[in-house]
Design a protein around this ligand. Structure first.
Ligand code: HEC
Length: 279
């Protein structure tokens, strides 16, 4: 979802006018915050980590195969006290923030392994394609080695990484988002909730829950499915300007490469389900 990310960076760019709020102004370090302690790494420290290695990935940010020096995220999370249900909040220098489920962040299976890639100052990475600022993904970058059938949200490729912090899962922080215990595990509503949390909550709250501030609450006072016809709602999520247009329009569209048809249907199902649940 590079477009959304680009947009967030633009929105947050305004905040960077205040140096005190600007993370980018600090020297490049990676902070790893656990349940009881915080560690800070320089680029040199990560490059000298005993678990550092070369990792080759199909990189959706650079849109090609890339090879990085990288440390398994599980190594960096050692001693943080991360639990099976916890999340790892990855925050970038532009304040973009995404919650990665701990079971993925901490995984080192044949199918999915997360790494933190580190840029060697002596061999800088190229600019990210399509970014007006012409800067690269470094100095730290969350990358994923994925088996043929594995998939993670494009948001989880957190570039320009500044910090990793162990947090409770979104459902523990915001229990009102949950689907009822009566909904069987394989049901699409669970996928919808999962996709909503990872793709929409960076900007939107729901019934007051969440931290998003850029877009409206999609649950209250009225749930979006109560005033949008569902085909129009899906159209808006794919491309907001295809439904209505104005100069201040800020929401990015989600094309099929960012959000599959079935995931889009699942999000809308979950939104509609939450409307019926409230009554
Ligand atoms: C980068 C921030 C951002 C992300 C991510 C985002 N939105 Fe939005 N959204 C907005 C903003 C801002 C608005 C207000 C209209 C505008 O400026 O485009 C909006 C408006 C909307 C509206 C219209 C609400 C109304 O009453 O007019 C819907 C529906 C919506 N978003 C759904 C979603 C869904 C579903 C997702 C996840 C797939 C999502 N948005 C992801 C920023 C975002």
């Amino acid at each position: 979802m590079a477009a959304a990310r680009l947009l967030m960076a633009a929105l947050l760019g305004a905040m960077a006018c205040f140096p005190a709020l600007s993370v980018a102004a600090q020297s490049p370090t990676l902070t790893v915050t656990g349940r009881a302690s915080t560690r800070t790494y320089t680029q040199q420290a990560v490059l000298a980590h005993p678990a550092v290695r070369s990792v080759t990935v199909a990189d959706p940010v650079y849109r090609r195969t890339m090879t990085y020096r990288a440390v398994p995220m599980a190594e960096l999370l050692k001693g943080t006290g991360i639990g099976a249900d916890d999340h790892v909040q990855a925050r970038a220098t532009d304040n973009f923030s995404v919650g990665i489920p701990g079971r993925l962040a901490n995984a080192d299976t044949a199918q999915i392994e997360a790494f933190v890639a580190v840029e060697d100052p002596a061999a800088p990475w190229p600019p990210i394609p399509g970014k007006p600022d012409k800067a690269g993904a470094g100095p730290f970058y969350v990358i994923w080695r994925l088996g043929p059938s594995a998939h993670v949200s494009p948001e989880y490729w957190a570039y320009r990484l500044a910090a990793l912090a162990v947090t409770d899962s979104p459902l523990k922080r915001w229990p009102g988002l949950a689907v009822g215990a009566d909904v069987p595990a394989g049901e699409r509503l669970h996928t919808g909730l999962d996709r909503f949390v990872s793709m929409c909550m960076a900007c939107h709250r729901f019934n007051g829950e969440g931290e998003g501030e850029q877009g409206p609450d999609l649950g209250r006072p009225m749930n979006v499915t109560e005033y949008f016809q569902l085909p129009a709602l899906k159209k808006l999520i794919r491309n907001p300007a295809s439904v209505r247009q104005w100069p201040e329009q800020k929401m990015p569209g989600f094309d099929r490469s960012a959000l599959s048809d079935s995931d889009l249907d699942a999000i809308v199902d979950w939104l509609a389900y939450k409307a019926t649940q409230r009554r």
